[in-house]
Design a protein around this ligand. Structure first.
Ligand SMILES: *Cc1c(COP(=O)(O)O)cnc(C)c1O
Length: 452
């Protein structure tokens, strides 16, 4: 009988993060200051982020040491397990070998504390007392609240209204860890008040919530802001996932032909594939396929142009070169709240533009159908976000069945769906629907792209 679980010892946990910027075939387009059009300087970012993170954002060092205090917290749930999906393979009757790396073992239930803990640590070291942030599905807000509890920092979370209403238990998790959570748009900021005046029922978006959190941070002295995805330092922190997965695949005597993951801002999947894309760039595995999966209702990579845009809807952030649907695009309120973001991590966009990674989009009903199949074979009830990746995983495994190819497929599984039972309830009772591709909304939002 072949093994099912590949477990690393505590002392095999990575002690450095891997920085792809050391190995990119072409350097990353810089973030630009919206007023001057020039690359942003560390001084521009100082009011928002601790200096260590600003340095990591632009660093070209290949390996960046993980502070011991951060490693100590990681050990509450890391290294995470890698599974061989024997039971799913059998149910699909596929010759493909399927593996998945599971990040749902962390206290908040996703990959997000990999960066939340690091960010809280660097802020604490700089004497910061309070951190503001946004959250989509509530995963990031709960991860940062957990990290705040680890280092004694106050956390204020602006939570996208659509998710705040759909997922009340995420708020309770944040409050249990000592965080404070309000629905966004909120009356607590100028940006929020202006949007509420125009549309009191606005479902919110990650872009709006980011604007609120940044405004709050800029108006308080001892307060910084933290972002849960998109930025280079966030992707950097997530590379513990891929480094562990590489060792575990070695234990299984396997190397992936295809790696699949879901992307909102892109952090969990980049954390998985960046250590592997290094092999592809170096020619060790030139035919490796890396598939980014996004929701059909927010199809950033598959439908957006590659241009400079703001990271938030009010235009407070630096301009990032991204595939984008326009910074004021408000995606339909799909249950995969963590995937409702108008842009994408500049690192992923750059690799996509260079042809090193691919992208596909998936509708939410198909994603839940795949997620239920996964739960009934592998047992794990997945968050709506990784269900999108599981749909593509099953498609690829079925292609192998047709062709008879014994491909090795590796899935980045970003977290469990225990706080998403309302979404499963809607799916199982036939009430869940797909949203049409929001063509008009995207067209309008793309008209408001910043002009350089
Ligand atoms: C936040 C979240 C995502 C999307 O964020 P990325 O930065 O793209 O990883 C995906 N899955 C889960 C479980 C999440 O909580």
């Amino acid at each position: 009988m072949e093994r099912t679980r590949f477990i690393l010892d505590e002392n095999e946990m990575p002690t450095s993060w891997y920085n792809i910027q050391a190995d990119l075939p072409k350097p990353l387009p810089p973030a630009l200051h919206p007023a001057t059009g020039k690359p942003v300087t560390p001084d521009d970012l100082k009011p928002i982020f601790p200096m260590e993170l600003i340095k990591q954002e632009v660093s070209r060092e290949r390996w960046i040491e993980i502070p011991e205090e951060v490693q100590e917290v990681y050990k509450l749930w890391r290294p995470t397990p890698l599974f061989r999906a024997h039971r799913l393979e059998k149910a699909l009757d596929t010759p493909a070998k399927i593996f998945y790396k599971y990040e749902g073992m962390s206290p908040p239930g996703s990959h997000k504390p990999n960066t939340a803990v690091a960010q809280a640590y660097y802020n604490k070291k700089e004497g910061i007392k309070r951190i503001t942030t946004e959250t989509g599905a509530g995963q990031w807000g709960s991860a940062l609240s957990f990290a705040g509890a680890c280092f004694g920092i106050e956390i204020k979370v602006y939570m996208v209204r659509a998710s705040y209403d759909q997922k009340p238990y995420r708020r309770v998790m944040m409050e249990t860890w000592g965080g404070k959570c309000v629905p966004s748009p909120s009356p607590d900021t100028k940006v929020g008040r202006a949007i509420l005046e125009k549309d009191p029922n606005c479902p919110g978006s990650l872009g709006i919530a980011i604007s609120e959190a940044i405004e709050d941070c800029m108006t308080c002295d001892d307060t910084h802001y933290a972002l849960g995805s998109v930025l280079n330092h966030v992707l950097l922190h997530q590379t513990v996932i891929g480094q562990e997965a590489k060792k575990q695949m070695e234990m299984a005597d396997a190397y992936p032909d295809i790696i699949i993951g879901c992307v909102g801002g892109g952090s969990n999947f980049a954390g998985m594939f960046l250590p592997f894309v290094k092999d592809k760039i170096e020619g060790k595995k030139p035919d490796l396929r890396i598939i980014n999966v996004e929701p059909a209702s927010c199809p950033t990579l598959t439908k957006g142009p590659y241009v400079y845009d703001f990271g938030d809807s009010a235009g407070l952030t630096p301009l990032l070169k991204m595939y984008t649907l326009g910074h004021d695009f408000i995606p339909p309120p799909v249950h995969a709240g963590g995937l409702r973001y108008h842009g994408m991590a500049p690192i992923i966009c750059h690799l996509y533009n260079l042809g090193l990674v691919e992208a596909q989009s998936v509708h939410q009903l198909a994603a839940f159908e795949a997620g239920v199949k996964f739960a009934r074979t592998e047992g794990i009830i997945s968050a709506p976000e990784p269900n999108h990746a599981i749909k593509v995983l099953i498609d690829e495994a079925l292609k192998c069945k047709e062709s008879g190819e014994k491909k090795t497929i590796l899935l980045a599984h970003s977290g469990h769906g225990h706080v998403d039972m309302a979404a499963y309830d809607a799916y199982l009772s036939g009430k869940l629907t797909d949203y049409a591709y929001p063509e008009q909304g995207i067209k309008e939002a793309l008209r408001n792209l910043p002009r350089l």
